[in-house]
Design a protein around this ligand. Structure first.
Ligand SMILES: Nc1ncnc2c1ncn2[C@@H]1O[C@H](COP(=O)(O)OP(=O)(O)OP(=O)(O)O)[C@@H](O)[C@H]1O
Ligand SMILES: [Mg+2]
Length: 323
């Protein structure tokens, strides 16, 4: 791949008191590429994701989106960035319980100034392709876990983000529902040309990504570059066949307690795994809504049509602020 990275983290250090969660991490992801971040509990995976996504500010190092530094932006600018360039799918707790599903999906658009009617119409166009037809008015508490995650996927993608961040997106789902949710997530991000950065403990889930990076001991063994083993050859929208084994000239990279560590073991590769066809390709494949990138009416959103997020913004289940 010779396309420029979309998102880059360089020398990322993050401390919480005496805990060094990230101790010097380099990371990059290219257009339409998916990268899985694995590693033991407490190794720094979520911290890395939050630093890359502008949720946390690293103590050291830099994060760049399309070559522009973002880690040094103020909170307000990072909030706009998160809303407009990034999408988020977490394990649970990300939907606003008081809003119907369709308004949860429309929320990023409305917060960005899109008229409510337009935003809801665009949001509704995602429900059929994601197998959610008829559930538009259900509140999150009235959805199954898998349905709620599909609503979250729609919400993450509706602003056509450059990068989708997912932290254990299938962690609370059964195997079958998790596999289907994962397929929707990877297919839809790839179809939109967005990058996917996904934290997971599950090697099967990680194997759906183009590359796997493992966090271990907060150290980058082997100098930090290249960062990971390619799992799927030919990353990109075409969904080229995946390599079955991750042995190769590049070292396997492992993360622990905040650093990338390289080793010789292949990671997160499911033998015989092959790439799903990208995008819709049959009756059971969703037909992705055409989301016009054209300007939407700049009608101000009446305050009454917006949910009332806490003044401090919406937070995920770990308390990290999203917007
Ligand atoms: N807000 C915080 N305050 C204090 N310590 C924190 C905070 N967030 C994370 N840590 C610590 O930083 C380290 C890395 O945490 P992180 O949440 O990134 O781990 P993780 O790899 O995502 O773990 P898990 O797989 O359990 O989700 C841990 O030791 C954790 O206790
Ligand atoms: Mg975590």
């Amino acid at each position: 791949m010779n396309t420029a990275p979309v998102l880059t983290g360089e020398g990322l250090v993050k401390r919480f008191g005496t805990t060094t969660a990230l101790a010097g991490v380099d990371f990059q992801v290219r257009r339409a590429e998916s990268v899985a971040i694995m590693g033991p509990s407490g190794s720094g995976k979520s911290t890395l994701l939050h630093c890359l996504a502008g949720i946390l500010r690293p103590d050291e190092g830099r994060v760049s989106l399309d070559g522009r530094r973002i880690e040094n932006l103020g909170e307000a600018d990072r909030s706009v960035l998160r809303r407009t360039r990034f999408g988020f799918v977490f394990q649970f707790g990300q939907l606003l319980p008081e809003l119907p599903s369709v308004e949860n999906v429309a929320l990023p658009l409305m917060l960005d100034g899109v008229a409510r009617r337009t935003a809801v119409a665009r949001a509704a166009s995602w429900f059929g392709p994601l197998g959610l037809a008829g559930l538009e008015q259900r509140r999150p508490g009235e959805l199954s876990g898998g349905q709620a995650q599909r609503v979250a996927i729609a919400r993450a993608l509706i602003c056509e983000p450059a990068v989708v961040f997912a932290d254990e997106p299938t962690g609370s789902l059964d195997q079958t529902t998790g596999a289907e949710t994962l397929r929707l997530l990877t297919d839809s991000t790839r179809k939109q040309g967005a990058c996917l950065v996904m934290v997971t403990h599950d090697p099967t889930v990680a194997a759906a990504c183009d590359r796997v990076v493992e966090v271990r001991d907060g150290l980058i063994r082997g100098g930090g570059a290249p960062l990971a083993v390619p799992v799927r050859a030919g990353a990109g929208p075409a969904g080229a066949p995946r390599a079955e084994v991750a042995h190769g000239p590049e070292p396997t990279v492992a993360f622990s307690a905040g650093r990338v560590a390289s080793g010789s073991e292949p990671v997160a590769v499911r033998p015989g795994h092959s790439a799903p066809a990208s995008g819709p390709a049959g009756a059971e494949r969703p037909q992705w809504p055409v989301v016009p990138a054209t300007a939407v009416p700049a009608t101000a959103v009446p305050a009454t049509t917006l949910p009332a997020p806490a003044p401090s913004g919406h937070h995920n289940e770990e308390g990290a602020r999203l917007w």
